[in-house]
Design a protein around this ligand. Structure first.
Ligand SMILES: Cc1cc2nc3c(=O)[nH]c(=O)nc-3n(C[C@H](O)[C@H](O)[C@H](O)COP(=O)(O)O)c2cc1C
Length: 145
């Protein structure tokens, strides 16, 4: 599934929180397996991103339909997506907010990037099919890591 409702929660261990609708196939899969891979695409994959987010894996193989290449992960059974800039192998570590908010807390246990993709133009969903594409970066003095 495509997901825009997510947030960093902690550096060490690296935690990511995400809201997943109970109507999605991914909700049951995550509840059952307690693991997943978060795939971070760049703008070249925008059409697939929207396509994947508008159909359900309960009825089809989205890798085939959207011509994406599954690669074996190292720590979890779910596959990586070869075309994505980054792939984060995750384990569910807290389900206390699932009943109330559909909010899963994931720990990233293995992270991969594609070193051939320099300055990836990642997609940032603004809602209703509108995306900001990452471009310019700036660096300022800061005590924050
Ligand atoms: C840009 C975009 C962002 C989305 N963000 C979320 C999200 O944060 N949480 C969610 O539950 N569904 C989100 N969706 C909807 C799911 O991706 C969609 O329901 C998908 O068909 C679920 O697939 P599945 O049934 O294979 O899990 C989003 C869809 C799009 C197109």
């Amino acid at each position: 599934m495509t997901m825009s409702w997510h947030t960093m929660m902690e550096f060490e261990p690296p935690l990511v929180g995400c809201v997943i609708s109970g109507r999605n196939f991914s909700f049951d899969a995550l509840r059952k397996t307690k693991e997943c891979v978060l795939n971070i695409p760049s703008a070249e994959l925008a059409k697939q991103v929207v396509g994947v987010g508008n159909c359900s894996g309960s009825r089809m193989d989205k890798f085939r339909k959207f011509k994406l290449t599954p690669l074996p992960a190292s720590q979890v059974a779910a596959p990586l997506i070869a075309e994505c800039y980054a792939n984060l192998e995750c384990r569910v570590v807290d389900t206390r907010m699932v009943n109330k908010y559909n909010f899963f807390v994931l720990e990233v246990i293995q992270a991969w990037i594609d070193p051939t993709q320099k300055n990836p133009r990642t997609l940032h969903h603004q809602g209703k099919g509108v995306f900001m594409v990452a471009g310019e970066t700036i660096k300022l003095p800061s005590r924050m890591a």
